[in-house]
Design a protein around this ligand. Sequence first.
Ligand code: FAD
Length: 502
Amino acid sequence: MQEKSVVIIGAGISGLKAASELYKLGYKSCVVIEARNRVGGRLQTVSGYRGAKYDVGASWHHDTLVNGLFLEEVSLPKEESAQFVFDDDVAVTFDKDYGRVDQNPDMGLELLMEELMKFNELQYFGGLDVADVSYFETIVKYLYERRNLLTDDQIRYIPQMARFMECWHGIDWKSMSSKCMEIAHQGRNAYVMNYDKIVNRIASSFPKEWFEMETEVVSINTEGKKAVVRTNSGKEYSCDYVLVTIPQSILAHSLKPEPRKGRIEFTPPLAPTVQKAFKKAHYGALGKIVFEFEECRWSKERSRGLSLGKSNADFVSKTRNADNLQALVDELNNDTSYNFKNGEPWDFPIYFVNLAKHTDVPSILALMPDPLTTHVEAIEGKTKLYEFFQPVLTKLLAAFDCTEPILADFDEASKKSNHQGPVLKNIFTTKWTQDDYTLGAYSACVPGDDPLDLVLALTNNDGSIIRFAGEHTIMDGAGCAYGAWESGKREATFIAQKMGKM
Ligand SMILES: Cc1cc2nc3c(=O)[nH]c(=O)nc-3n(C[C@H](O)[C@H](O)[C@H](O)COP(=O)(O)OP(=O)(O)OC[C@H]3O[C@@H](n4cnc5c(N)ncnc54)[C@H](O)[C@@H]3O)c2cc1C
């Protein structure tokens, strides 16, 4: 049994930040145990065609007015920090049949979106006990109550436009809580080039001997005065504090008896407050797809595109003729069910980033919500992936002023072709839903959830020698890289104070 001051489980940004802070505070004997063979967790930078770099986990610094990680980065000398660019833009928005629907003065969808967001917010001002419903139900309620004030096109397209929120939360409109749906942005978003620089900077700020890589923690026992942490290699550590930073999706498995990768057995079991809070906590699966081209053959004017889920003309007559809200909700729910049998990308909104505009890399990055993510991440092979996305990708490029057909050339066969249009050289997706140590993307809320319950249950345990950090343990920056970073800092401070080091 090895003796340590603190054992940190997980080398994602929360675990790395905690280790870095503890080292700064004078700690000499800590260990960071990481299941994978790399650090960073859900921050991962990969190389694509001709060595271009992409982040398959987080890409942006969000909330840059208050984002502590971003503010630290801008305070550093240029060579030590990761470059970034403010790339927010109004999305070029298009529908399968209609074409472009954004900035259409007859539809005014952007203004209606604002009204719908306000409508959603106001329904919960009535009192704390107003029942939370799905975002889908709120949208139908808005259509039902405002139908005499909306045109047919507005009734048809605003629901699909509103689904844009799915690409933030990583879950679909029928699963999403409308109470927790709104995102109050605190400043612009900055696209990072790339997160590996930040991860490596923090990971190299404490001794590399602290790392124990490719090692899973399998159990934590806190029955004695010290915590005993056991790994899958049979090693045991005795420590004053143990900091658990594994994702919420993995921690959830500690509440079930079945063994699985990443699962930690807690003795005594996790507190009843944690068990209860998990009933009101869920997890989303935002996924990414990267389309890499030989050259940029489309407009670089705008950086964002949004393809809408397919709309249904019957929506209008059904909404106009309904005499009961619940019956309308049920009917439209049926009309908007989806299946992937025919390889349809038009059932979900997909958010596109035109990387050529700000980074000069001739690639398109796409963000998609679950369950599309789960479906797409299971597709094997570039050709199949391309077949699935071709219709929507073609429309996107048309919206970016490129009407020449796309040539897919994954095996360099037509290297010397004189094709005038875009030549697609590579395509790849994230695999987070299949990754044993992530199982999705980040925390998300379904109707009735309260993320604060889990945060309090995991952090309001002053006397405990088990501490928790990670994106799911904090409200400011919840789900974000900077929230995770902040939580690591919070826990290092807590431990140091308790141990009389501060
Ligand atoms: C597709 C995607 C896009 C995103 N986009 C953004 C964005 O643009 N901006 C933003 O701010 N955030 C974004 N996020 C969220 C952000 O990446 C996360 O909030 C953040 O990286 C989480 O850090 P963490 O330390 O909490 O967890 P993690 O990074 O998941 O770290 C936990 C670590 O624990 C390890 N582990 C698990 N089980 C065990 C075990 N039993 N033993 C040992 N180790 C274990 C894991 O391998 C992992 O390395 C995105 C996430 C995804 C997936």
